[in-house]
Design a protein. Sequence first.
Length: 344
Amino acid sequence: MRRLGTIGTVAVGCLLLSGAGVGTSQAQTTAAAAAPRIGVSTVQYDSPGGTVPAIVTAYNVPPGSKVTISATGSGASKVRCAGAVWQNPVRHTASRTCYLQLPVTPGSFTVRGTAKLTKDGVTRTVSGSGARPVKADGKKSPAPMSPAAIQRIERCGNTSNDVWLTFDDGGSAAQVTSILATLKRNNVKARFFFRGDWARENPALFKKIKDAGHVVGNHTSTHPALSRMGETSVGKQIDKGTAATGSPRLLRPPFGAGAFTTRLEQIAQAKGYRLCRWTTDTYDWDGPSTARMVERIKYGDYRSAPVTAGGVILMHGHGKHTAPGLQKIIDTVRAKHLRLAPLR
């Protein structure tokens, strides 16, 4: 599947985000001395009435600073920030996840973030907005989703402290075989959200995943944005996706679109599914090095929160460095004194 990216644009779970990022070694070297600034990363679209994550990031944070982050939304939108601020000492950033509740009226809405940086008794306040607004388009969701439901969907219903590794979309025979071998060697159970069309084209390989004892989730048939599809079309996509195993049976909306909408939640439940998003995104589909993915899992950054107990890590079977880097990813999770869901 072809995906596009540009400078100043980032992506979450294959869904393009707008926001500022630090990508060059020169920027990293001079970050501590540069003036602090704010960037906001948000998805580009979702359903009117839905809720979407927005990561507010303070850049060029002086080492040793205490950072607090808050945010507001434009127009009739509302923003709620939740969870702790995470700091990345490699990138000199501090970030926090906030949630933009879109109004039921279609339109475009922005998130404005504010950070207070305190060091040696001196507090500096900086503010800024995302480079692009979030478009509330597609099908309306009648009622807002509660914070408790959002947290449950982010964790995919994981009520334990185990970290879950998840793999989306599909992959080559070599990639999938390598992933399965690494998981077996480390006694780690994963959740595979491979597309229905991939499973139909690779029946023997798909059978190996199930026979190995891993959990299968539904990622629809052909990976469309469900937030823009009517109920009948969504139902057909679910029906032609891979039939989920385990309890609860999980549906991961492609691009995460509609994951935090009561509309899609009701459609999924009628089909016997619970919605599943993620807590930590490696962005492996974008081709980052293993070292970059490990850094993201360990510290978090402007694109993703770091992994914590009970978290769900998003990867893809076709990621350029996912299969060869999986051992280091597993080692990084364990080095944080976190337990991965065991295969046996």
